[in-house]
Structures are given as structure tokens and as C-alpha cells.
Design a protein around this ligand. Structure first.
Ligand code: GDP
Length: 215
């Protein structure tokens, strides 16, 4: 996995059409740590949690990822979207971050899956619920990565995952317990990522048109 570049505006997003999987979550939820843990599976890279990085959309290219079902290999981007919930940032700056993330989510054609990261130890906050509503309204596919499960007891993980599944996990494809620090669930998350990145595109519109032509 190599760092491909940062975009401060949509004009700077890549134009090569490779599939993209976006990472979203409140700041401090472990987004950088999770990207680093995935880099351990897909190659090497360091993702810092330098505050400057949080103002832009960062693209990390994974080269030669295995397609599901032994169908060869392909490249994809892991996309680090600005975190939200910076209480310290001035409001206008905060809204600027969100503006860029919102344009990305709404307009980005190569986007195949969102990885919505939450802290497994806590109930999702209001901003998390807002994001869930946004994803559902825009019909974006997402999985929830419930991070930091290393800090929970065994029995607790199941309970927390069930509770998250009823909140931000409602309508999600899956809720995956993970620990960026200990490595739990990273393989499962990676499988969800490459599965979505390389899945044949749904062609609902065309299917609908076929339905109308009398056959
Ligand atoms: P970001 O702001 O979302 O990019 O979060 P970071 O990756 O910088 O992590 C924020 C804090 O959470 C750091 O102190 C990390 O050490 C901690 N952290 C990240 N992942 C884990 C995890 O899996 N388990 C635990 N216990 N702490 C974690």
C-alpha cells in the first residue's frame, strides 16, 4: 500500500477509475491505526495522525490485491476522509472538512464501500447517527468497524456489537469487531473491502429498463 496523494478539492481526486473504499469516523476513533493495520495485510505504509492530514482526502493505493474467488489481482484505493467532531476547530473550518467529505461521498463514482469506524467501547454519538442517516439516505453501502475491542472482555464484545448493529449498524452490510492494535478482525475487514471493491456493479437502472420492454 502506498500513499498516492492528498486532495483538498474534488478536482484533485484520482482519475484512473480504480475502485475506492472510504474510511469515515469521529476523530480519535483509530482511523489511522486501522489503515496501518490493513497496510500490514496489503503491503506497507505509515499513516500518521498528523492534524494537517485531517483537512484533506488522502488516497492510499493497494497494489495487486487478490480478487475474491481466485479471479486474479487488481489495484484499489483506500480513501481516508477527514474525521469529524473536532471540538477545537473553528466552526467554519469544521464545515469545510465536512463539505469535502460530503462532495466525495455524494459524487464519487468509483466509491464501492464505506468503512464507518466507531469505538466499540462507547455508544455512538449524535454525529455518528447523523452520518448513518446520511449514508442510508444516499444509498451508500457501508460496514461498521467497531474498533478497540481489545479493551473489552469477551462477553462484552458480542453485547456491544449487537447494540451497535441496532444503531449505526442498521442497514449496514455488516458490523465487524476489530482491533487495530491487536489485529483482531483485520482479515475479515480486508475481505469485506476487496469483496466490495471487485464485485460486479449492480445495474439496477438497466435491469429496470429490461423489465419494461415486455420480455
Ligand atoms: P484517528 O484520529 O481516528 O486517526 O485515530 P488514531 O489512529 O490516531 O488513534 C487514536 C487513539 O486511539 C490512539 O491513542 C491509538 O493508540 C488508540 N487506538 C487506535 N486503535 C486502537 C485499538 O484497536 N485499541 C485500543 N485500545 N486503542 C486504539
Amino acid at each position: 500500500m502506498t500513499f498516492s496523494g492528498s486532495a483538498a478539492s474534488p478536482a484533485q481526486f484520482p482519475r484512473d477509475g480504480l475502485p475506492e473504499v472510504a474510511f469515515l469516523g469521529r476523530s480519535n476513533v483509530g482511523k489511522s491505526s486501522l489503515l496501518n493495520a490493513l497496510a500490514g495485510v496489503g503491503g506497507l505504509a505509515r499513516v500518521s495522525s498528523d492534524p494537517g492530514r485531517t483537512r484533506v482526502v488522502n488516497f492510499f493505493r493497494v497494489q495487486g490485491a487478490e480478487r475474491p474467488g481466485g479471479a486474479g489481482r487488481g489495484d484499489l484505493y483506500l480513501v481516508d476522509l477527514p474525521g469529524y467532531g473536532y471540538s477545537k476547530a473553528p466552526r467554519a473550518v469544521r464545515e469545510g472538512f465536512e463539505g469535502l467529505a460530503v462532495s466525495y461521498l455524494v459524487e464519487r463514482d468509483p466509491l464501492r464501500l464505506c468503512v464507518f469506524i466507531v469505538d466499540a467501547r462507547h455508544d455512538p454519538g449524535e454525529r455518528d447517527s447523523t452520518l448513518r442517516g446520511f449514508l442510508a439516505r444516499h444509498r451508500l453501502p457501508w460496514v461498521v468497524a467497531a474498533n478497540k475491542v481489545d479493551a473489552l472482555g469477551r462477553g462484552e464484545v458480542k453485547r456491544r456489537v449487537e447494540s451497535i448493529a441496532r444503531e449505526v449498524g442498521r442497514e449496514a452490510r455488516d458490523v465487524l469487531p476489530v482491533s487495530a492494535e491487536r489485529g483482531d478482525g483485520i482479515e475479515a475487514l480486508w475481505n469485506a473491502i476487496r469483496g466490495a471493491a471487485f464485485a460486479p456493479l449492480e445495474r439496477g437502472r438497466y435491469a429496470g429498463q429490461r423489465g419494461n420492454d415486455g420480455r
